[in-house]
Write a protein that binds this ligand. Structure first.
Ligand code: DX5
Ligand code: ZN
Length: 329
């Protein structure tokens, strides 16, 4: 069973901006570990969103950490307001044209996490001078300014080396976190995990019509943890996971047993903690996801075990088994 490691910070940029409190609450209740707040000034990026006043009003929606991502030209000028608004971390861009060190120091002095973000074209070396002053490196995998863009795989190449900025620092400094921001979804999550990203910023994919936000967050975390566990080739995933399909959905112990035996046989299987196995009362179960590319061999090797698991579950009238291939995960 892959250890849980990756955190998700839901971006509300593509949520319903007319009802940010409701959607922020929805994301946090659905399991997002943090809330990612994209502040844009229409100058540093060609888009305008919201400022510290809105963040201050949103603060009451939950206790989870608020991550402000400032895509603004003068972060120093407004820093007191973002601190006052209750942001737990404040990340601004290393590309700004003003002194960076005093602003980083001000954030830390206020007891918040200080972060620097790098655009896709900016090398990590730009952060070298600030390595002792930051707690977060935010690797942008899209050009900042808008949600819904495609993940830039070449920019993702900075995620793993970004961790080097936190190595060999003064011992009293806390460990740093690498956040990946832009185009993160179920297709790119595994790669981010393979590059050891700690926090995945996830935006538009959560706000698409009919998406089960809680399941999407669980799936993205599971895929990233899978990628981290494998870390084959540091960013190249072992088996091309074109698409994940549901192999079986089974109540707890039975599902766990089948998962462990499949995993022991080298089949990359993700045990997505289903909120509830339908028809099984309140029992939590496992939705076993496997890459579509291994489905045939999984059925050959574990089809019988699946049938036996179902028969075992059927013998316990209290649970109603559901298995078999759902559509794509
Ligand atoms: C883009 C923002 C990102 C964006 C993420 O400038 O910094 O946080 O909202 O949204 P998706 O996941 O849709 O790229
Ligand atoms: Zn962002």
């Amino acid at each position: 069973m892959v250890a849980r490691r990756t955190l998700v910070s839901a971006s509300i940029l593509d949520a319903d901006l007319a009802d940010l409190a409701r959607d922020s609450r929805r994301a946090l209740r659905a399991g997002s570990d943090r809330l990612h707040l994209d502040v844009m000034d229409g100058h540093f990026v060609p888009n305008i969103t919201f400022g510290p006043t809105v963040i201050k009003r949103l603060r009451r929606v939950g206790k989870q950490p608020f991550d402000a991502h400032l895509m603004i030209s003068e972060p120093g000028r407004y820093m007191d307001q973002f601190i006052d608004a209750g942001c737990d971390s404040i990340t601004f861009h290393v590309e700004v044209d003003e002194p960076i060190e005093p602003t980083l120091r001000k954030i830390r002095k206020a007891g918040r996490q200080a972060g620097l973000a790098v655009k896709p074209a900016t090398p990590l070396s730009a952060l070298e001078p600030y390595r002792e002053l930051i707690d977060i490196v935010m690797v942008m995998t899209v050009e900042p300014g808008f949600g819904g863009q495609s993940f830039m795989t070449d920019a993702a190449g900075k995620i793993l080396p970004a961790h080097d900025l936190f190595r060999g620092r003064a011992p009293e400094l806390p460990g740093g976190q690498v956040h990946v921001d832009g185009g993160v979804n179920r297709k790119s999550a595994e790669l981010c995990g393979a590059f050891a990203a700690e926090v995945l910023v996830v935006g538009s994919t959560l706000w698409k019509k009919d998406v089960d936000i809680a399941r999407e967050i669980r799936l993205i975390k599971a895929l990233a943890d899978e990628g981290y566990e494998n870390r084959a080739g540091m960013g190249k995933v072992a088996i091309p996971h074109d698409q994940w399909v549901t192999f079986a959905t089974l109540p707890g112990p039975v599902g766990k047993r089948l998962l462990d035996s499949m995993e022991a046989a080298g089949i990359p299987v993700i045990g997505l903690r289903a909120a509830r196995v339908p028809g099984s009362g309140s029992r939590r179960g496992y939705e076993l996801l496997i890459p579509a590319s291994c489905e045939t061999s999984a059925i050959e090797r574990f089809g019988r075990a699946r049938e036996q698991a179902l028969a075992e579950v059927r013998r316990e009238p209290s649970v109603d088994p559901r298995a078999g291939r759902g559509g794509p995960a």
